[in-house]
Design a protein around this ligand. Structure first.
Ligand SMILES: [Zn+2]
Length: 256
């Protein structure tokens, strides 16, 4: 059966969860669910972390006037909106933010408008309704099956904060399986036409930044043309820790 969705993009690789420093002075302590130091740019996140369960917060105000990338998170029935899951999300956001900070420091980029790469704030918006984002049959996102691709595409499309976000992410703790170059693999994230599916428990901390690169149609140099062959590049197959000019330019272009 043919499907009209675009090819699914694979993020392979297991990695350690690294607690990267938040922009400026804020550090998140996942064991307490608190920001260790106060960071004015992190206030919205801190408020969401403490109150989101009863407050489906979509804060469109930006008192600091920064260009903002809003990431809209929905959760399927496998992913509890608990401090453990949210701590992992914060690690993803922190890594994403630190990569953008590296963009701002980059000096090697010609032919780019670097002015827009600095002072970008990442905010989160949450959809607490998990009922319209059920688990797939068998509780496995088997992405070789067109029906499951349609299922997960629809579930991502049901994230009700999508209109307020530039990037939409469905968080799961279920399994993802896919055949890649003839071999069955278990990716931690995939990019769909409507957004990202992220297996939060096992994804390395750069997975959100990596998949966002696919959302903005990063053009790679690997054989599949969507990844970088530089191992330390965030757009490598394994998800490195450095951005390149193209990632910076395309991702910064999301900010509003
Ligand atoms: Zn990828």
């Amino acid at each position: 059966m043919k499907t009209n969705v675009k090819p699914i993009i694979l993020a392979v690789g297991l990695g350690l969860l690294l607690l990267a420093p938040q922009k400026s002075s804020g550090f998140y302590n996942p064991s307490t669910g608190q920001w260790i130091s106060r960071d004015p740019l992190g206030e919205e996140a801190a408020q969401n972390l403490s109150s989101f369960v009863c407050n489906d917060s979509v804060n469109l105000a930006d008192a600091f006037g920064l260009a903002t990338i809003r990431v809209g998170f929905g959760f399927d029935q496998s992913a509890g909106m608990d401090h453990l899951t949210l701590g992992l999300i914060e690690a993803q956001i922190s890594t994403f933010q630190s990569l953008l900070a590296k963009c701002c420091e980059m000096t090697c980029c010609k032919n780019y408008d670097k002015a827009k790469w600095c002072n970008i704030d990442i905010k989160r918006v949450f959809d607490s309704n998990r009922k319209n984002k059920p688990l797939p049959p068998g509780k496995v996102y088997n992405l070789d099956d067109a029906a499951i691709v349609a299922f997960v595409t629809a579930s991502i499309g049901n994230i009700n904060v999508k209109s307020a976000a530039q990037v939409v992410v469905l968080i799961t703790r279920a399994s993802i399986s896919q055949t890649w170059d003839g071999t069955k693999v278990s990716p931690n994230g995939n990019t769909f036409p409507t957004g990202i599916l992220l297996k939060i428990a096992t994804a390395q901390a750069s997975a959100l930044a990596h998949e966002t690169g696919h959302v903005v149609k990063y053009v790679g140099d690997a054989s599949d043309k969507v990844h970088s062959t530089e191992a330390d590049n965030v757009m490598s197959r394994s998800g490195g820790s450095n951005p390149d000019c193209q990632w910076c330019d395309k991702v910064a272009g999301l900010a509003k």
